[in-house]
Design a protein around this ligand. Sequence first.
Ligand code: BJW
Ligand code: ZN
Length: 250
Amino acid sequence: MIYSAELLRCLERAESICVLTGAGISAESGVPTFRTNDGLWSRFKPEELANIDAFLRNPVLVWEWYAARRTVIHEVFPNPGHEALASMERWIRDFTVATQNVDGLHARAGSRKVLELHGNIERSYCIDCGSFAEDPDPPSPGNAPLCKRCGGLLRPDVVWFGEQLPEEVFQKAEQAARRCSLFLSVGTSSVVYPAASLPMTARESGAYIVEINTERTELSSRFDETILGRAGSILPELLQLIKHSRKIHQ
Ligand code: BJW
Ligand code: ZN
């Protein structure tokens, strides 16, 4: 891929990079995205299932969705896109990954500074007493898992529509967006807020903002540039460019 002179300059100079990732980065590991028609979840609209009312109406259905997704995540591995970001962290002084994904694949790839904006699918907590169940019993067919302490319903520790993102985590993401000189938005449809506002926050503070996606998105026209391609191909190339420029300047 041939990259713009502006992006090459940014990669060469950047001391602070912030990356926002979405389901597209995990697609190449085999984790289905949310909003593509051929996706495994195409039967389920996230807006319909990922909210507390849907859960209270039918906890078993919602748990089946999460249990199936946990199974997928346990069977897959980080891909070259995740791995490239984990390596970039070693080359860039201030490097932050803010992810909308709940799959834990960035950490498994070796990224240490990961802000999980929408929680993590591996954890659960009780909707009555709030206690966490790190390793809950898997929901048996037809049953939702219950809290060992009080018998209340356990729910996945993820952020559903209408719920606040973990405040401190989002604050850190906004700070990283304001600090960075280069912001990469990778594999997200940019329709879910407030995560989708982070690139614009970065731009207001003077960052060069770049989208990496296999398709154009609702926000493409607001990015400085959109690179059309797969995260697992583009990110390793950007890593090579970063490494090359740092070696030259050492
Ligand atoms: C590839 C690729 C490859 C494929 N390489 N690319 C206006 C402003 C602010 C807020 C709102 C607003 N209007 C409405 C809201 C509220 C709402 C919202 O944003 N709604 C919109 C749908 C309109 N937001 C909220 O409710 C949030 N909370 C909030 O705002 O709190 C404040 C508040 C509270 C109370 C009252 C009022 C305000 C919470 C949002 C929580 C989202 N939760 C989910 C589920 C998480 C748990 C789980 O995983 O089950 O998060 S929904 C789902 O969407 C999930 C994802 O993280 C999120 C984003 O999806 P993502 O990652 O972008 O995936 P896709 O599938 O959409 O896109 C994949 C992309 O990858 C595609 O573009 C492909 O082309 C691309 N791709 N292969 C590169 N190889
Ligand atoms: Zn409880």
